[in-house]
Design a protein around this ligand. Structure first.
Ligand code: M6R
Length: 612
């Protein structure tokens, strides 16, 4: 995690650019903040534990002078959040400043060597070691750049690094290995940052860096090199030019636009996001190509982490139901379990909003090494996932800033439905007329979402979580898949222990926890009428039973059940998630706000998880 930025500009002071960049990157980590500028050949550093706003207020960063600088917003890995562990970190001479995102695996060994060589290490971070390593290489190098790449080549792990050297007052050095880093190429200014929102206020020309690339920028040019076993080889300017994309969304689109929180804004935006996903993919040749890969696959594995794993479960469900294709859903960080049997002819479908989740990328890499082909489903153009897969399908949901995945989840479900539909069509399981009818029905999802969001806002007070510390969310079939995402939202945003379980399985153990008044929420879907039995079982034990259902779905529930009626979904499993998911998103949001938590910055979390 962590957000990093480095800027060099010819005429401007870069401190306002860094300040704004820190605000834009805060979603990546928010336990401490720091910045460094080169001013009169000296490196000035400001850093502190706490959030970006307090940091900017306290140090008045925007008023500081310097044409080259770096900034960092932290999500702690090595060492607790504290002033001293905040980045940037300096070497012993104070001439080298480093910010970093990622984890250095050979940290302990490097620390030992550096301490033995007399370096004074003041923080608990792995990042500080990088500054000392560069310092250590400097006497043996003909340039700072050589010392920089020699140091980088000694690192093992995942990292995006940005560094300053006081004696080269216009340059910002950077390196990327398995952690995101993008270049912003402007007029009289160049930027390197973890993510596009830190760049687009200043230039829309963005180029991604590949793993193993490093280099430097100043106000006039950017030079990129590739780290090889023989040393560094420059990446041609033409190649960099070819990578440039023009970002066509504004930060306004990623801005709160008057909403109190990004999470709420993004919940409300779902109809539009899902419409864009539908419109942008319904006739997309890549989707049909991906479907043809699935048909030819020996085995299909679907991977994702967190919410994206829940979307992977939905994809697996739709593939089985609509296209009659078996697939194995695997949690990204558990990919080793599947690695042993994956082989040539297999196809992995990897789902990741950011396209930068470390665990998901590692899963894709591992399966590809075994000979599998990879299909990526992501929201971020140019992300690592989009570059490392054989086919990429873009979700087109627009930027999602809130840490909780909301609109990107429902967009992922739309891609899952479209993909399984195309696969069924390619298998000859559906006639043209049937395909058209199913597509017509799917195109109703934005309307259902719109009604669901507005109904949720009105009825959420009906089943509040006041005083609730622990609860179950149960479902069967598709309902179980939805219940997993519902429980995750409630846990991560409202900090209420919410456990999802297959409703039929609850009697094999979890029911032991149920005592009078214990909240049990059911997600009722048309594929599983058997859920009525499970509702009765819980009611019989005095549980507080809440049933969430599309209002056109018949569910017989005993007296005393709290029924949450959501918009009709025609008893169609492809539409039911859009009817019910907003209720749980709004419930988690409202409860978090009522409990005084910030839903956009849930504790211990970050938007993009780029560590193992
Ligand atoms: O960017 P990704 O979709 O790969 O992120 C994976 C998870 O970290 C993410 O879905 C996470 O679970 C959600 N932000 C939770 O709301």
């Amino acid at each position: 995690m962590c957000g990093i930025i480095g800027v060099s500009a010819s005429t401007k002071n870069v401190s306002p650019i860094i300040s704004l960049g820190l605000r834009r990157l805060e979603y990546r980590g928010y336990d401490s903040v720091g910045a460094a500028l080169i001013s009169d050949g000296k490196i000035m550093v400001w850093k502190a534990k706490g959030d970006v706003q307090s940091f900017l207020r306290r140090f008045k960063l925007e008023e500081k002078e310097g044409k080259t600088g770096i900034g960092h917003t932290r999500w702690a890995t090595h060492g607790a959040p504290s002033d001293v562990n905040a980045h940037p970190h300096l070497d012993c001479s104070g001439k080298i400043a480093v910010v970093h995102n990622g984890v250095i695996r050979n940290f302990a060994m490097i620390k030992k060597v550096l301490e033995a060589r007399g370096h004074r290490i003041v923080s608990e971070t792995d990042t500080e070691l990088i500054a000392h390593l560069i310092e250590d290489e400097l006497p043996f190098s003909s340039s700072f750049f050589e010392a920089f790449y020699r140091a980088v080549s000694r690192l093992d792990g995942s990292f995006a690094i940005v560094a300053l050297y006081g004696e080269e007052p216009n340059r910002v050095y950077f390196a990327r290995m398995k952690s995101p880093l993008v270049l912003g190429l402007g007029e009289g200014l160049n930027i390197v940052a973890s993510d596009i929102p830190a760049i687009i206020d200043h230039t829309r020309r963005v180029a991604t860096l590949e793993d193993g690339e490093l280099g430097w920028l100043d106000d006039k040019e950017v030079r990129v090199f590739s780290l090889t076993e023989q040393g560094v080889v420059e990446v041609s300017r033409e190649e960099i030019r070819n990578r440039i994309i023009t970002v066509d969304w504004s930060f306004e689109e990623a801005n709160r636009l008057g909403y109190p929180h990004f999470m709420l804004k993004e919940i409300v935006e779902q109809p539009l996001a899902v419409k864009n996903t539908y419109d942008g993919n319904v006739d997309e040749p890549m989707l049909s190509f991906a479907a043809s890969l699935l048909l030819d696959a020996k085995r299909i594995i679907v991977v994702g982490a967190g919410t994206s794993y829940h979307a992977a479960l939905a994809l697996s469900y739709y593939l089985a139901r609509t296209s009659r294709l078996p697939s194995l859903p695997v949690i990204s960080s558990e990919h080793k379990s599947a690695e042993r049997f994956v082989e040539e002819g297999d196809v992995v479908v990897a789902i990741s909003q950011s396209g930068e989740t470390y665990d998901t990328l590692e899963a894709v890499r591992a399966f590809k090494r075994q000979g599998a082909k990879a299909i990526g489903i992501t929201n971020v153009v140019g992300s690592a996932l989009s570059r490392e897969t054989d086919v990429v399908i873009y979700m087109r949901s627009g930027p999602e800033i809130g840490v909780a995945a909301t609109k990107t989840y429902t967009s992922q479900l739309m891609v899952a439905s479209l993909l399984s539909l195309r696969a069924a069509q390619a298998r000859g399981l559906l006639l043209e007329g049937e395909v058209q009818e199913l597509l017509r029905r799917l195109s109703l999802s934005p309307e259902i979402l719109k009604a669901a969001v507005s109904a949720s806002m009105k009825i959420v007070g009906k089943a509040p979580l006041v005083g609730v510390r622990s609860m179950y969310v149960l479902g069967r079939g598709l309902g179980h898949i939805i219940s997993k995402e519902a429980a995750l939202k409630i846990k991560e945003i409202a900090y209420v222990h919410a456990e999802s379980y297959p409703a039929g399985e609850s009697k094999h153990g979890p029911i032991a926890l149920v005592e009078p008044g214990f909240p049990v929420f059911f997600v009722a879907t048309s594929d599983s009428p058997e859920i009525e039995g499970n509702i009765m079982e819980m009611a019989a034990r005095g549980a507080r039973v809440v049933v969430v259902r599309p209002e056109d779905l018949d569910v017989h529930a005993p007296e005393g059940t709290e029924l949450i009626d959501m918009p009709p979904a025609g008893n169609d499993v492809m539409l039911e998630p859009y009817s019910m998911m907003p209720y749980f998103q709004v419930l988690a949001y409202v409860e978090a706000v009522a409990r005084g938590y910030d839903p956009d910055k849930p504790r211990n979390l970050a938007k993009t998880v780029t560590v193992e």
